[in-house]
Design a protein around this ligand. Structure first.
Ligand code: NAP
Ligand code: ZN
Ligand code: ZN
Length: 347
């Protein structure tokens, strides 16, 4: 067993506090990672606070993990001690079903093992996430991270990066395409950077006027404040694709109105509440409303390599563990520029 320090929520209403964990010693296919950095995703907040339904406590969130391999099991070939490694939103899956075989382990039909608040394939051993000093993971589910990159800025790619890269790529983002991004937070700012790196013209929809200069710096051509309905009517029928990252309930109709005929709006934000949708928002213009969930291991590796090549990294604020609760409050208020990342040396 490897003793690890961590931060955990003990209930949906208690702040996160120091917690001790034991990570398993490596099985033949495992690697043990000493965590260097872990990003704070809004999903961590939804889960720690039980906003998506009951959570098992204690809950140690965190699925944007980078660190160094410090032990490897006997059969591990993919990593050696000293290599840099990343862990995203899941750490195991059945490996046998059709989605697993087609590199979409996130849709495993039997049991996708999420990095935290989930159980291992045995159905009972609970998983604890990256707000901690160490983690043990099967090598197949660990990503390779190149040396020489700003690691604290790489960590958020493991969730915010892949969640936006996957739909941008799937729906053909390239030069000549017009892409809208709704919500300039952790996912949103990565969507802007990635869409721009793929060659698209980017338009940001935001509730925060003070983010305009940042949106331009991050690569957006246009910035629309969503409070003003005129901003939507001026943009009617202009966009090919929209990535909606908003974490709270909102009306889809005004965004759908900015799509071209046959345009696609992809929901990646997971508000706890349901949304209403009038079918006319889609029917007029034969529009598509879609969803997307992170990405498989193969695509996550492709995204990390793309980001290393294009020098696309997250804009972050590095915090010590004791500031996690404050970071949650600021994230909820949309006051994060643009991802909080925990320095694991401070646990
Ligand atoms: P975040 O950093 O908090 O960003 C969300 C942004 O949405 C905010 O910065 C804000 O941007 C906007 N927003 C917030 N409340 C709003 C409201 N009431 N109305 C309109 N806009 C609002 O969160 P995140 O980490 O990027 O995560 C976003 C969502 O994606 C969460 O629900 C998370 O659980 C989900 N998620 C999904 C996946 C997936 O695989 N599908 C993966 C990771 C996360 P402005 O200030 O610009 O308006
Ligand atoms: Zn996440
Ligand atoms: Zn499977």
């Amino acid at each position: 067993m490897i003793k690890a320090k961590a931060y955990a929520a003990q209930s949906s209403t208690s702040p996160l506090a120091p917690f001790q964990l034991e990570r398993r010693s490596p099985n033949p296919n495992d690697v043990v990672i000493q965590i260097a950095y872990c990003g704070i995703c809004h999903s961590d907040i939804h889960t720690a606070r039980g906003e998506w339904g009951p959570t098992d406590y204690p809950c140690v969130p965190g699925h944007e993990i980078v660190g160094k391999v410090i032990q490897v099991g006997k059969k591990v070939k993919k990593f050696k001690v000293g290599d840099l490694a990343g862990v995203g939103c899941f750490v195991d899956s059945c490996g046998k079903c059709s989605p697993c075989k087609s590199h979409e382990e996130q849709f495993c039909e039997n049991h996708a093992v999420y990095t935290y608040a989930s159980t291992e394939l045995d159905g009972k051993t609970r998983t604890f996430g990256g707000y901690s000093t160490h983690i043990t993971v099967k090598d197949k589910y660990v990503l390779k991270v190149k040396k020489g990159l700003p690691l604290e800025r790489v960590a958020p790619l493991l969730c915010a990066g892949i969640t936006t890269y996957s739909p941008l790529k799937r729906y053909g983002t390239k030069k000549g395409k017009k892409v809208g991004v709704v919500g300039l937070g952790g996912l949103g700012h990565m969507a802007v950077k990635l869409a721009k790196a793929m060659g698209a013209e980017v338009t940001v929809f935001s509730t925060s006027p003070d983010k305009q200069a940042d949106a331009k710096r991050l690569g957006a051509k246009n910035f629309l404040i969503t409070k003003d309905p005129k901003n939507f009517s001026n943009y009617a029928g202009k966009l090919d694709l929209i990535i909606d990252t908003v974490s709270a309930e909102h009306d889809f109709a005004p965004y759908l109105s900015t799509l071209k005929i046959g345009g696609i709006m992809v929901l990646v934000g997971v508000p706890p509440e349901s949304s209403k949708l009038r079918s006319t928002s889609l029917i007029g213009g034969r529009k598509h409303l879609a969803g997307s969930l992170i990405g498989g291991i193969k695509e996550t590796q492709e995204m990390l390599d793309f980001c290393a090549r294009k020098k696309v990294f997250s804009d972050i604020e590095l915090i010590p563990a004791e500031k996690i609760n404050e970071a949650y409050e600021r994230t909820i208020k949309g006051q994060v520029k643009y991802r909080f990342v925990i320095d694991a040396e401070t646990f």
